[in-house]
Structures are given as structure tokens and as C-alpha cells.
Design a protein around this ligand. Sequence first.
Ligand SMILES: Nc1ncnc2c1ncn2[C@@H]1O[C@H](COP(=O)(O)OP(=O)(O)OP(=O)(O)O)[C@@H](O)[C@H]1O
Ligand code: SF4
Ligand SMILES: [Mg+2]
Length: 383
Amino acid sequence: MTSDGRADPGGPPPPDGAAASAGPAPSNGAAVPGEPLLSVRGLKVHFPIRKGTLLQRVVGHVRAVDGVDLEVRRGMTYGLVGESGCGKSTLGKAVLRLVEPTAGTVVFDGVDLGGQGPEPMRRLRRNMQMVFQDPLASLDPRQSVESALTEPLRAHGFPGDRQGRVRELLDIVGLPAGAAGRYPHEFSGGQRQRVGIARAIALNPDLIIADEPVSALDVSIQAQIVNLLEDLQEQLGLTYVVVAHDLAVVRHVSDVIGVMYLGALVEEAPSDELYAEPLHPYTIALMSAIPIPDPEVEERRRRILLTGDLPSPVDVPSGCRFHTRCPFRQPTRCAEESPDLREMRPGRKVACHWAEEIATGTIRAAASAQDPTATEVGTPAVK
Ligand SMILES: Nc1ncnc2c1ncn2[C@@H]1O[C@H](COP(=O)(O)OP(=O)(O)OP(=O)(O)O)[C@@H](O)[C@H]1O
Ligand code: SF4
Ligand SMILES: [Mg+2]
């Protein structure tokens, strides 16, 4: 560990002089907690849909990410929730430039990633890593753990004792030293995710984007991995963006939560405040579907049902993108005017024209959307 509590990244910078002069240098832990580490503005990823065998005409676009603004402060965890297909993974990949954004800017540690060529981008990625949902798919089955962990060290010219660093990484993530010689299929799901995490922290990054890091694991193992991520955050000063469909997991780990719907953020709030008082109709519906352990409260409360399927990101509804399913929809504005994600109260952002009226009860959910007896019906497939 270095004096600031981070794992030692392994001595002096890489010996390749080109890398030392090409573009932004890795920040390597000059961490000031609370300052913005990641700033995303107007980010769009529109995948073209092509038709025809020869000409491959573009006949439309999948608007996977459709104008996202967010800021992640150093040392914090930003949780991202939303239904399957709403663009969470694409957003994570676009931040790391693993998919090329169609528009918008991503500024990481003061550096605009849009202007970076391949080599500076490669060096920057050392500080931005991803943990995937399925560690088996993200690890090469023919590669031993030692080889998988040595690979990023070699690629970035780690000059120290690589075998020693592998042993150190295994120890940090709670695996025995003997794991180095074994292969991914020899591990349980939880152990494999520990290997995936060891690989992600190998180069001592600042930011980790964890895309559904525990959803493929047994419930009993999920808590262990969540605890490991939390411990590592404290020890290594990591900043996280965590994508998770389990609202309980997101609440547990996140300082701030962003709720995504059809490629856009519809609400953003400090975790506890979002759960205490959701402001956007979509979030209200998501929260109303979470069971409350107190049977009396559970008996009394009203569920807000969402009707209809998630529209296609190829054909995003006009006006408010949620209006085709919104239980609070109004005859004016909703279908015509797209609401901005605006700061309604300090720290509380919401993209709804009528959020104030809904919060005060002046506007109520349509009677057909309220079902006090509903159990599973209408529970949105949150992902
Ligand atoms: N390479 C691609 N080309 C075309 N469309 C894509 C591509 N990648 C993703 N999409 C589409 O973009 C939309 C968003 O996908 P994405 O995987 O980001 O959603 P998600 O929120 O992560 O979903 P899930 O919770 O199921 O993982 C989906 O409609 C998906 O089919
Ligand atoms: S703007 Fe209208 S349709 Fe959109 S969330 Fe608010 S009330 Fe619902
Ligand atoms: Mg995904």
C-alpha cells in the first residue's frame, strides 16, 4: 500500500518513452475525494440499422443511449437502474469508449476522451476498468488465472515483480495463492467474479464500471461480492458506476442513483432520498413494486401499475418518452414536449413536467393504475 492507502501500482512508470509523452498520464492516485472524476454530457449512442445486401442502406437507428448527462464524484458509487434494454450496458461501454458515442462528451479526470487517439486512450483505460456480469464469458477459458492477471500488467508495461503482483491481487480479493495455476472452469461463480475483480484492479484504476456484477450469482454469494467491492472501494479509493437490476443491491451500495428509461435518465437522487420519496412516475412505479417487510404497511399501500411494454428504442415516443405507459399522464404537454432532466430540489433531478404536482398530490395516478391488491401484476421487469 502507498501512503494514501492505495495498493502500490508497482513502482516507476512504464519504461516506454513514447507512452510517457503520448497524451494524458495516468492519474495514479492523486485522489481528491469528492471532486468530479467522470463527467458525461449529452451522450448518445445510436446504432444504425442497415438493410439490403449490397448497398446496406441505413433505414433507422437504435437509440440505445439518447442524451445522458451525469457526473460521478471521486470515491462515490453511482448506481444505474432501469428495465432490460434501456441502455445501461451501452452507456457503460460508451464511457470507456468500448463503443463509439454518436454525440456528446465524456470527461474523465479532466481529460476529454473524445479527442484521444488510440494510444492515449489505451493508457487512459488503465484507470478505467470494467467488471462484467458473467465472469466466465469475460475470462478466456484457456488462460490460467495467473496468465489472465499478468496480461494487463504486461500490456501496460508493469515494471515490477509480476508474479508477486498476481499473488498480491489474489490475496486482496480473498483467493488463495494456489488459484494462480487454475483455470476459470475450476472455480465457482463467486470465485470467478473475484478473479474478474482482481483483473479489473490489477493496474490500480480510479474508476470501475461494474455491469450487473452480482446478478449471475447465488443470493448467498451476492452479499460476499458486494462486501468485497465495498472493502476495495475503501482500501483503494475506487470510484464505481454500478449497474444492477436488483434495487436492493443498488440501494445498498450507491451514494447516488440514476434511473434510466429508454436511453435517457428520468430521475437522479441520493440513494436514501430516492427510496424515501421517488419523484418521477416511472420511479414511483418501480418503488411501489418492492415489497415492504412490514405486513401492515404492505397491506395498506397502493401499488402503481405500469401498463404496456417498453417501447422500442428504434421508435422512441414523442414528447415525454414515458408518456405511453405513464399512470400520471396529462392531456397537455406529455405527448408533445420532451421534459428536461431538471433540478427540482437540491440534489434531486427529475425529467417530468408535472413532478411538483405529483409530489404534492395535486395530480394523482389514474384509477386504473392503482391496485391495492396487486402482487406481481404490473411489477416492472427492472434490470
Ligand atoms: N451493437 C449493437 N447494435 C445494435 N443494437 C444494439 C447493440 N448493442 C445494444 N443494442 C441495443 O441497444 C439497446 C440497449 O441495449 P443495452 O444492452 O445497453 O441495454 P441494457 O439496459 O444493458 O439491457 P440488459 O439489462 O438486458 O443488460 C437494446 O435495444 C439493444 O438491443
Ligand atoms: S411528463 Fe407526463 S408522461 Fe412524462 S412522466 Fe411526467 S406526467 Fe408522465
Ligand atoms: Mg446490460
